[in-house]
Design a protein around this ligand. Structure first.
Ligand SMILES: Cc1cc2nc3c(=O)[nH]c(=O)nc-3n(C[C@H](O)[C@H](O)[C@H](O)COP(=O)(O)OP(=O)(O)OC[C@H]3O[C@@H](n4cnc5c(N)ncnc54)[C@H](O)[C@@H]3O)c2cc1C
Length: 488
């Protein structure tokens, strides 16, 4: 046996993929007496589509009534309202607008409202342009009407995946990162083991939550019943100064056939972004941003919000929608016994994750008769956020641990204490971007220009690895090289 394990590993359930879908499933399964392992090929969780999307907890009026997308969206949105407190999630329930500029657009709004009501979305209303601008004064004067969905919100997707993973780990589940699935052994029509870069793991159930690679994982077990094609969406992110001339919530145009359109949206951290566009691709790794894409996004967003300050843009990024050949989520049992699909999870997958997790867990619990854990722990360990404390609480924290007295990221006021905590938490940070996503160190205007080298030093010290072994984000994303003979 090669790799990190000295003994053959066995699990009741192996979840493949550490995005929002896989981590939510792991957290739901961790409520039961089941040995669960999540395997993720990258050095950290939420390294795929979960790290690059619009971060909207959709109300649920877009998807066709009766589809998995519609059912999971509406239930998932309601579950986030329940989980927010329990898992200390970063969510702002802003509500959302879909805006129309002409009579055809207004007809579409009415259709969306009717569909939303059939899907079970509460509180949908059509507002006239003047009322919309009372709430979002920077929107175009040409907006005629909008569909208002009060149950929509914005979240921090990485934080949600992190919360699910932490809750699962404190309840005995394992998260194995840098662990790529390379094959699935099937015997007499039933899954037997998952082959990984770190050795095999025997499994009674395998849950496929591998994002854009879910068709490849399914094919490893002999189920070729669907394909997943990436559909890229590009974004531009603006710094916090932009919000005063943009929006405080979520503003969509009327949707197109392939996407919800280029929107203007706030983030939970006070920034604003515009995007995404929609490009069909074959390459499951193409996260490039293009100047043509940027032009398309700016043009689309300026129709909604004319005064977008281009100079306040701080970064661009792209995400890949996992568009399945079925047009819907591929959920539940496959033709291979023990293989459960959570595949083709494109938008509204982030919103749907808690509902998908319950759906998958119900199948496994139903078949195994697994009982709820008597020692189940709700929630997750507290995360101190220094900048949000009053002076007294700051002083007390510094007295308890002097690391909180040293600011590492000046743009976002992040202390060494928070970085040390992020590394040493359950399923803690292993990379510079892992620290950034957990603490915001490096997310400010300078984008890590000043604090990056200090974060590297802290990672090296806390993980007991050399500086050249510290990675930025991906499997081979080393940033420093040791000079030959440097040690002499
Ligand atoms: C442009 C865009 C905008 C979106 N906006 C929204 C939105 O506003 N609201 C919403 O609800 N949804 C939105 N979505 C959809 C949402 O982001 C996804 O549905 C969700 O993130 C999918 O999560 P996942 O866990 O299924 O996949 P991923 O996050 O991609 O996770 C899959 C994981 O599997 C791992 N993996 C793959 N192959 C292997 C292997 N062989 N071995 C081990 N691990 C493997 C990957 O590394 C990855 O971490 C958007 C998506 C895009 C692209």
């Amino acid at each position: 046996m090669k790799g990190i394990y000295s003994m053959e590993r066995q699990a009741d359930v192996v979840v493949i993929g550490g995005g929002i879908t896989g981590t939510a499933i792991l957290s739901e399964l961790a409520r039961y007496n089941l040995r669960c392992v999540l395997v993720e090929k990258e050095p950290d969780i939420a390294a795929g589509t979960t790290k690059a999307n619009s971060a909207i907890l959709h109300a649920g009026f877009d998807a066709p009534t009766g589809s998995f997308k519609a059912k999971m969206n509406v239930k998932g949105n309601a579950l986030y309202h329940e989980l927010e407190k329990e898992l200390n999630l970063d969510i702002k329930w802003t509500g959302s607008f879909v805006v129309a500029f002409d009579d055809d657009g207004v007809e579409t709004l009415k259709e969306l409202k009717t569909r939303g009501e059939a899907n079970g979305v509460p509180g949908l209303e059509i507002w006239d342009g003047a009322k919309v601008r009372e709430k979002e004064p920077n929107l175009s004067k040409d907006i005629k009407a909008a569909l208002w969905a009060p149950t929509a919100g914005i979240c921090w997707p990485f934080g949600a995946a992190q919360a699910f993973a932490e809750n699962a780990v404190i309840n005995g589940a394992e998260v194995l990162r840098d662990c790529e699935v390379t094959g699935i052994t099937v015997k007499d029509g039933r899954v037997e083991a998952v082959e990984t870069s770190e050795g095999p793991i025997k499994a009674k159930y395998v849950v496929n939550a591998a994002g854009v690679y879910a068709d490849k994982i399914s094919a490893m077990a002999g189920d070729n019943s669907f394909t997943v094609k990436p559909r890229k969406g590009e974004y531009v992110l603006f710094d916090k100064t932009a919000q005063k001339s943009m929006v405080s919530g979520i503003v969509f145009p009327v949707p197109t056939k392939t996407s919800k359109g280029i929107l203007v949206c706030a983030t939970t951290h006070g920034n604003v972004f515009i995007g995404p566009n929609a490009q069909e691709l074959d390459d499951k790794e193409d996260l490039s941003v293009t100047s043509a894409g940027m032009d398309e996004i700016f043009a689309g967003a300026r129709k909604l919000c004319p005064e977008i300050p281009g100079g306040a843009a701080i970064t661009e990024f792209a995400g890949l929608r996992a568009a399945s050949s079925t047009g819907d989520f591929v959920l539940g049992k496959s033709k291979v016994e023990g293989l459960l699909q959570a595949a083709g999870i494109q938008s509204p997958g982030l919103t749907s994750a808690p509902a998908i997790a319950q759906y998958i867990a119900e199948i496994i619990v139903g078949e195994t008769g697994a009982e709820k854990r008597g020692d189940y722990k709700k929630g997750r360990p507290e995360e101190p956020v220094f900048r949000e404390l009053d002076d007294e609480a700051k002083a007390a924290l510094i007295k308890k641990d002097s690391h909180y007295g040293r600011i590492i990221c000046r743009c976002e006021t992040i202390t060494e204490g928070e970085i040390v905590d992020a590394i040493n938490r359950p399923c803690g940070a292993r990379t510079v971007d892992g620290v950034k996503r957990r603490t915001r160190a490096g997310m400010g205007r300078c984008q890590g220009g000043f604090c990056g080298p200090r974060v590297i030093e802290i990672l090296s010290r806390e993980l007991g690895i050399s500086v050249p072994e510290v990675r930025k984000d991906g499997v081979k994303s080393y940033m420093y090289y040791e000079k030959e003979g440097a040690a002499e």
